[in-house]
Design a protein around this ligand. Structure first.
Ligand code: G6P
Length: 613
């Protein structure tokens, strides 16, 4: 989705802004632009297409201003075009604005502005913002240094929807005004210069000290200082947070694509996520979770709520909680949950999983549970992200920055963390025998090495990908946990190869989808549950009989069957098998996409973090 970058300091802003936009390319976008100020004049360069296209625009190298704002746009209102790209200016060219989010009442605001003589050059919702700022600036009685900020505030008061906004003005070339609501914005502090971004990786090479702007909070950013104001423009101090992500971790590190790099980072990501939270023979610790035993005993239902891959990680967590803690768990899609009036009271625990911590639907679903007095736990990869600031408690995966749109290391880290959370609850509740828990812990600690082993053997998957990459449809089958992995494997394939794929609970095949099986159709079976091996084999046999080509991912010794390909994965505790069985499926999606010559990291139409509904 849209990305924001900003800079104010002594250096030429243009290269910093362009580099920031390049670092945000992974979010998905279709046009890009920048604005700087020089000699009290705003200069804007923008166009549809990639940041490289912007970089090659005539005159861009001549932008010498040391203050600037920049944007990558993912089209919502109006097609990708030069006119619709940000920054947008007001009619008098005094204010330039970049905006992430959606202004829901922009029709009404546009009418209001048109009645007041304003004209519009684009089809966007954003263009009302600079003009509203100009309107309030003109009608503002204040004649002091804060007039610019007051005009922004008056304009923002009229906006309905979500926004992260950066504004510069030719009349105030020493400052950038920013404000947010339901869309992330961070300010990076450095020596004699300040940076702004919607996502940390854009400015990670320059600083590790960040301010995370809150909803309805304004900041005025100068070269040497940043001032923070609440919604009524009362000034306050704000604590800075140090984020110890390695800037190189956001690079490709010799890999061809971010996705491949991130797949190979999984052993480290899992190790870091386990961290020092548990040791064999000792109880698991979650220092940040301050939940009493009495509270845990009274929980009668857990909701796990998330979107996309994070929701698939939640599905794997469900049986772990149910088995170890004997608490019923429902896993929900956030965009559904938020409108379903779910049964929530103070004895319901709601767990939200979000890699970015910025997914609009997941945040809204969290607010709903809070309003109904349930306790909320956020599981995120990004310290200080919106969701972690809303939740009662936050725990973190330590997967490092995930850049590729298709989530890989975040998924496996989320599954590990949810499992550890369930173990922690089980130990507090004493509802599970120690042997089971110790066995699970041993197996968790062995996971990184097992993933390493899997990653040393990618040839068979490469071979299979070469055979099937021209297919139009694929099916993923599994039972229990293997079905949850089928869903995630199928999602990966769709996301980056554009092959239509469906995941089915293997036993459900006969109730419809088997009608689609014909000669040469590819079916991928996942078989890791020792109790269900025969049943799953029978289901695959049914598709083989109808001419399907089959790949099986398994850690069981299967009887002599007629599968075309078999990928053997290491054994582990059945509750943990998804962490291993997903690896070949991530690689399969990756190699199929490569064979098709597609952009693996930035698949069409998708965005890394979905900050609109
Ligand atoms: C987008 C991404 C997915 C991700 C989902 C949820 O659709 O493309 O990879 O799983 O959002 O994102 P979150 O940051 O909340 O985990």
């Amino acid at each position: 989705m849209c990305g924001i970058v900003g800079y104010i300091g002594e250096k030429k802003a243009q290269p910093i802004l362009i580099n920031g936009l390049l670092a945000l390319e992974y979010r998905g976008y279709d046009s890009a632009g920048i604005a700087t100020i020089e000699d009290n004049k705003i200069q804007v360069k923008k166009d549809k297409g990639r940041v490289n296209n912007l970089y090659n625009l005539e005159g861009i190298q001549d932008l010498n201003g040391t203050i600037g704002i920049a944007h990558t746009r993912w089209a919502t209102h109006g097609k990708p075009s030069m006119e619709n790209a940000h920054p947008h200016m007001d009619n008098s060219n005094t204010f330039a604005v970049v905006h992430n989010g959606i202004i829901e009442n922009y029709h009404e605001l546009r009418d209001f502005l048109m009645q007041n003589g304003y004209t519009f050059l684009s089809e966007t919702d954003t263009e009302v913002i600079p003009n509203l700022i100009h309107y309030h600036f003109e009608h503002n009685v204040l004649e002091n240094n804060d007039k610019f900020l007051y005009a922004v505030k008056s304009a923002v008061n009229q906006l309905k929807g979500s926004y992260a906004i950066e504004v510069i003005s030719s009349l105030y070339p020493d400052r950038i005004v920013v404000v947010r609501k339901d869309s992330p914005l961070v300010i990076g502090k450095s020596n004699g210069e300040n940076y702004i971004a919607s996502d940390i990786p854009a400015i990670l090479p320059y600083t590790k000290d960040f301010y995370f702007l809150d909803d309805n909070e304004f900041a005025v950013i100068y070269q040497n200082k940043t001032e923070f104001y609440d919604a009524s423009l009362v000034k306050h101090n704000k604590a800075i947070k140090n984020i110890d992500w390695d800037a190189n971790a956001a690079g490709k590190d010799g890999f061809e694509d971010y996705m491949l790099k991130e797949i190979f980072e999984q052993p480290t990501a899992i190790r870091e996520t386990v961290g020092s939270r548990f040791h064999l023979g000792e109880k698991c610790t979650f220092e940040d979770l301050n939940l009493s035993k009495e509270y845990l005993q009274n929980i009668h239902r857990i909701y796990i709520v998330a979107c996309g891959t994070a929701m698939n990680a939640g599905l794997v967590g469900k049986p772990v909680f149910e088995k170890l803690c004997k608490i019923p768990v429902e896993v929900n899609i956030a965009s559904e949950f938020r409108y379903q009036d779910p049964l929530i009271d103070e004895n319901t625990l709601c767990i939200y999983i979000s890699q970015s911590g910025e997914t609009a639907d997941t945040i809204a679903a969290l607010k709903l549970a809070k309003a109904k007095n349930a306790k909320t736990i956020a599981i995120s990869n990004v310290i200080g992200s919106s969701i972690t600031r809303e939740a009662d408690y936050s725990i973190y995966t330590h997967a490092g920055p995930e850049i590729a749109v298709a989530s890989t290391k975040a998924y496996t880290s989320q599954v590990v963390l949810v499992t550890m959370l369930a173990i922690y609850f089980a130990e507090q509740l004493d509802r599970c025998d120690t042997n089971t828990i110790e066995e699970l812990k041993e197996n968790i600690l062995d996971l990184p090495t097992k993933v390493e082993t899997l990653l040393q053997n990618v040839n068979e998957i490469k071979r299979f990908a070469k055979k099937v990459y021209t297919q139009k449809d694929m099916f993923f089958l599994g039972r229990g946990n293997d079905y949850s992995v089928a869903l995630e494997g199928s999602l990966k394939l769709k996301e980056i190869s554009y092959i239509h794929s469906e995941a089915y609970a293997a036993g459900e095949l006969k109730h419809g989808p088997i009608a689609l099986i014909e000669n040469g159709v590819t079916v991928i079976g996942i078989i890791t549950n020792p109790d269900l091996v025969e049943k799953s084999i029978s289901n695959l046999q049914e598709v083989i009989t109808r001419g399907a080509r089959t790949l099986v991912i398994t850690n069981q010794s299967l009887p002599n069957t007629h599968f075309d390909f078999v990928i053997n994965i290491p054994e582990t505790h059945p509750l943990l098998s998804p962490i291993l069985s997903i690896i070949p499926l991530q690689l399969l999606a990756y190699y199929i996409s490569k064979n098709k010559g597609l952009d693996v990291d930035k698949p069409r139409n998708l965005a890394k973090s979905v900050t609109v509904e």
